[in-house]
Design a protein around this ligand. Sequence first.
Ligand code: GAR
Length: 197
Amino acid sequence: MLKIVVCVSGGGTNLQAIIDRISDGTIKNTRIVGVISNNKNAYALERAKQNEIPNRCISPKEYATRDEFNEALLQGVKDYRPDLVVLAGFLVNIPAAMIQEYRGRIINIHPSLIPSFCGVGYYGLKVHEAALKKGVKVTGATVHYVDEGIDTGAIIFQKAVNVEPGDTPEILQKRVMEQAEWIILPQAIHKIAMEKE
Ligand code: GAR
């Protein structure tokens, strides 16, 4: 059984996709042992509660320094004893100590085809704004391992999504989620669960 912790910051639609794919058997041999949010108002926490998944908020606002927050975050993850940490819309720079502790065991979903529109400053809607501004006709999503860089780790899966005339960042974001993110993130978790067997 692959035990995963899912880290979230916002709406948690990727968390929901993981929950749904575990419950319909698409993701096998996997259990979500905890959900951690850096934002106490994240709807993702509500989704965890509704599904009776242990959850907690670890907010930088509750700590005097970034180092203290980073320590609390690492401890919070360790407390759940996961095999894999899944960043599902977790908009926090992962502390170096966490990468060392969980090297090769942290994955992230990013809403573009890396290496386009990734790195510092590219997160959430900003990614889709940049893609539209550039005028690309194809975008997509990437699941990758997390290393010390931002969006630089080894790629696990990518899926392309067409940009359509008249797209707004919001419309494009929704299409990328529906046609790519909610598919390849569960697929990556399933793949890792099968490799652990
Ligand atoms: C998703 O689009 C995810 O790819 C993105 O944040 C959104 C979270 O949505 N992540 C990043 O931009 C990471 N750099 P969700 O809370 O509904 O899953």
